[in-house]
Design a protein around this ligand. Structure first.
Ligand code: S3P
Length: 188
């Protein structure tokens, strides 16, 4: 039995590649259900007192992954109902075990082509910095291929490429309603 929060809901855990819209969808769900949500990237920055780019630049990816593990643990042990994970978080075995036992997970599936477009001019992604367009495209494809087997083990896969964050959020809520047999109380 998975842990439930105050509203009697399983935690909702969103995973997927950078640019899949996880944090925006988490906020949409949080607002519709009037529950708290958080993004593990924000938690990492809060815990470290540095931005993700600073952590990568000054201490490297492995230092980032260590802090991310603490953030994932903290998030999944918290009262927060909706959690969006950094794109690489589910790949770490320790995180994956917590994700599986900590809530209902959703993979926001987006094609590499669309990810590439969405990431242009967006927030800084240290894993994709300093690359030519071609290298960037190839790295996105390669990383996604490596990660998909894990993402695909989420409890539910939600196509998120050509839909708005609110449409993706609505689908997640309707999946949960079907699963729980309850009407989830949406605000507004
Ligand atoms: C990463 C994704 C980022 C952030 C970090 C590493 C990854 O989060 O955690 O830059 O390994 O895919 P988003 O998925 O929110 O962009």
């Amino acid at each position: 039995m998975k842990p439930m929060d105050d509203s009697g809901l399983d935690k909702i855990v969103l995973m997927g590649f950078m640019g899949a819209g996880k944090s925006t969808v988490a906020a949409e769900i949080g607002e519709s259900l009037a529950v708290d949500w958080l993004d593990t990237d924000d938690l990492v920055e809060e815990m470290a007192g540095e931005t993700i780019t600073e952590i990568f630049d000054q201490r490297g990816e492995s230092a980032f992954r260590k802090i991310e593990k603490k953030a994932v643990k903290k998030a999944l042990n918290s009262e927060v109902s909706v959690i969006s994970l950094g794109g690489g978080a589910p790949l770490e075995e320790e995180n994956w075990r917590l994700i599986q036992s900590g809530g209902t997970s959703f993979y926001l599936e987006v094609s590499p082509e669309r990810i590439e477009k969405r990431l242009r001019g967006g927030k800084e992604r240290p894993l994709l910095e300093g690359l030519t367009e071609k290298e960037r495209r190839e790295k996105i494809k390669r990383l996604l291929e490596k990660r998909e087997p894990r993402y695909g083990k989420a409890d539910f896969i939600v196509p998120a490429g050509d839909r708005s964050p609110s449409a993706v959020a609505e689908e997640i809520l309707s999946v949960l309603e079907d699963e729980s047999g309850k009407t989830l109380c949406a605000s507004g």
